[in-house]
Design a protein around this ligand. Structure first.
Ligand SMILES: C[S@@+](CC[C@H](N)C(=O)[O-])C[C@H]1O[C@@H](n2cnc3c(N)ncnc32)[C@H](O)[C@@H]1O
Length: 239
């Protein structure tokens, strides 16, 4: 059948009408939103989900000004890491934090987990030069950390969680990976503070973070919004 211009424009009108009537169902637990440059067109618990930073952003993660801007040297001492700990740096990116955690856990290990193989390749390239021997790169899935169950003392999430395209499933997967009593350090740019020079979708408020952690069964332990210049450090525990 040949489609006339009129038939094609009628189909387009029907598609627009169906979309505005919500006929294309959102995934369960998520709401459809209009696509933007910054977001993926999907919301979770009222929060628009940010687009994932590609591996071409790795240089920005390793920029020399980062330590001064974000106080990165101050973060790890806040976390009470023990030398025997198993730490998972989820959304590890280029391994900025994995390589800093590695010498703190000489009897433990660091899982550097990310969904982009290109990021893990940057990590293994550094390991090939002799750094971070106790780092284990792990290729995760968008909805699963693929970490062994009940194996992790501390999960570190720096500037990552707001990018999860399946935050509820990732939350459940992180709970599975934690040992009982294990902790998550959720480090996010402060959504309450308009002076933090980061786009809104890449920030989170403390109230939103608490809501999203509570639905996967994590207990809030503490929030430190003063030690770092731009970020909250929020600790949650698996009961
Ligand atoms: C902005 S970078 C932060 C990297 C690192 N945490 C840092 O602070 O240098 C965010 C990283 O999260 C990763 N990511 C996004 N969604 C993920 C998911 N579901 N599971 C694991 N990693 C994810 C991205 O591939 C990207 O490397």
């Amino acid at each position: 059948m040949r489609l006339t211009i009129r038939a094609i424009s009628n189909m387009a009108l029907i598609a627009i009408a169906l979309m505005s009537a919500g006929a294309f169902a959102a995934e369960e637990g998520y709401a459809n939103r209009g696509m933007t440059l910054e977001g993926i067109g999907k919301a979770y618990m009222g929060r628009d989900i940010a687009a994932i930073m590609g591996a071409d952003g790795a240089a920005w993660l390793d920029r020399s000004e980062r330590a001064k801007e974000e106080g990165t040297d101050k973060l790890l001492p806040l976390l009470g890491i023990k030398s025997t700990d198993v730490v998972a740096d989820i959304g590890a990116g280029s391994g900025y934090f994995s390589f800093r955690i590695s010498p703190l856990v000489p009897q433990g290990k660091v899982y550097a987990e990310d969904i982009q193989q290109e990021m893990l390749d940057l990590i293994t390239a550094r390991q090939a030069k002799g750094e971070g021997k106790n780092i284990i790169p792990v290729l995760g899935g968008v909805a699963d950390t693929r970490l062994p169950p009940n194996s992790v003392d501390l999960i570190l999430l720096v500037d990552v969680y707001h990018e999860f395209s399946y935050p509820r499933e990732m939350g459940q997967a992180m709970v599975r990976a934690l040992k009982p009593g294990g902790r998550i350090a959720l480090v996010e740019y402060r959504g309450e503070d308009p002076k933090v020079p980061i786009k809104d979708l890449h920030k989170m408020t403390e109230a939103q973070a608490k809501k999203e952690m509570a639905v996967v069964g994590l207990q809030w332990v503490s929030t430190d919004s003063k030690s770092l210049p731009w970020q909250h450090v929020m600790i949650f525990a698996k009961p």
